[in-house]
Design a protein around this ligand. Structure first.
Ligand code: ADP
Ligand code: MN
Ligand code: MN
Ligand code: MN
Ligand code: MN
Length: 347
């Protein structure tokens, strides 16, 4: 199948070691649920390989092509579920695509970091020993071992990375994060909407891999009060100008444009709960930015916008928006960020 069509490679993707019979095609219908974040899934087994959108048999959720004008290489992923002809969920991909179209000549690249916690079948975060809750400094970043569940967590993270690569997602890496049971993976960099699309499908695959191990993925930015520093999504961004020699001046100009917009309105777009959940996380402590204190910095993990150390050294590259929530709607977040960074306007 076409690159990235995780939709039609789900069950047959090699996650399960049972081969799909040669004459059968498994088709997974994946649709956003009312949370604008979670997913539902239905699978169909076909005797033929669908070649285009029209070939896919209908389901009880009517699927609308959310794309009207632009031809998308992967349209089968972007259907809006609907009941009785009305869209049931707002899919923000189209408006995001519209904004990206206005900056297409700048060749914008996005790389996304996704942090998350794993929880067990009682709904408790995994890996937390009794004494961990009292520790102010938790040194799990990149750690090996140290908790009884580390091995199974790592297996989930690694199997997930393989599932993503198999599905054609541009997967960039994984690392253990600061807290017990907390991990991160990275996507990109890719031009335009692809990193956002890849992030969405990578979340589906993460849920499915965790499910196989009896675990659940907790994407809340602050799952429990004692978990410091909580989970975020970082948006790493560059244009062609920024990537060229001396590009740092374009990076700084874009950062200034982000600084010029209404920060509260911008933060609303960085969290599926319009900023409410993310506020609990943005404490200005433990490597997280402060919700009410916008700051730009070089190699500064408390900054809202950060120039990574290697970028400062080379005087070109990209910069990082560190505030989006781990449970952001990535299309809304990228649309709002791009409008701020390229036009100095709120979304
Ligand atoms: P850190 O944890 O130090 O913030 P990571 O290594 O976890 O950084 O993530 C770096 C992210 O930056 C990755 O998602 C990668 O795809 C992205 N990235 C790298 N180069 C670029 C670039 N030129 N433009 C946009 N994103 C980039
Ligand atoms: Mn039924
Ligand atoms: Mn990272
Ligand atoms: Mn991180
Ligand atoms: Mn980062």
């Amino acid at each position: 199948m076409a690159t990235g069509s995780a939709l039609v490679t789900g069950i047959g993707s090699g996650i399960l070691p049972i081969p799909v019979p040669d004459d059968k095609i498994y088709v997974d219908y994946i649709f956003l649920n009312q949370t604008r974040f979670g997913f539902c899934m239905k699978s169909k087994i076909l005797n033929f390989e669908p070649k285009c959108l029209k070939d896919y048999p209908g389901s009880d959720m009517v699927m609308f092509d959310s794309l009207t004008e632009e031809k998308d290489p992967r349209p089968e992923m972007w259907l809006v579920p609907a009941t009785r002809g009305e869209p049931a969920v707002v899919n923000m991909r189209r408006p995001c695509l519209d904004i990206l179209a206005t900056v297409k000549d700048k060749q914008p690249w996005f790389g996304i970091e996704q942090e998350y916690f794993l929880e067990d079948n009682r709904g408790d975060l995994v890996g937390w020993l009794a004494n961990h809750r009292n520790l102010k400094l938790r040194d799990f970043y990149g750690a090996v071992g140290m908790t009884p569940t580390a091995a199974i967590e790592r297996e989930i993270a690694e199997v997930h990375s393989q599932a993503c690569l198999h599905a054609g997602i541009k997967f960039a890496g994984i690392n253990r994060e600061d807290s017990p049971g907390q991990w991160e993976y990275q996507i990109g960099p890719t031009e335009g909407i692809a990193a956002a699309d890849d992030l969405v499908m990578s979340r589906v695959l993460l849920d499915r891999v965790a499910e196989m191990y009896g675990y659940n993925v907790n994407y809340l930015p602050k799952p429990v009060e004692y978990c410091l520093p909580g989970s975020g999504v970082h948006i790493n961004f560059s244009t062609e100008e920024m990537r060229q020699e001396g590009g740092i001046k374009y990076i700084r100009a874009a950062m200034e444009r982000v600084a010029s917009v209404d920060q509260d309105k911008l933060l609303e777009c960085y969290d599926v709960k319009w900023g409410e959940e993310n506020k609990k996380r943005l404490t200005g402590q433990y490597y997280v930015p402060d919700v009410s204190n916008f700051r730009m910095g070089v190699a500064d993990k408390w900054a809202s916008l950060r120039i990574p150390p290697l970028v400062a050294e080379r005087n070109c590259g990209y910069f990082e928006e560190r505030r989006p929530s781990s449970n952001c709607d990535i299309y809304t977040a990228i649309a709002a960020f791009t409008k701020a960074a390229m036009f100095g306007e709120n979304y």
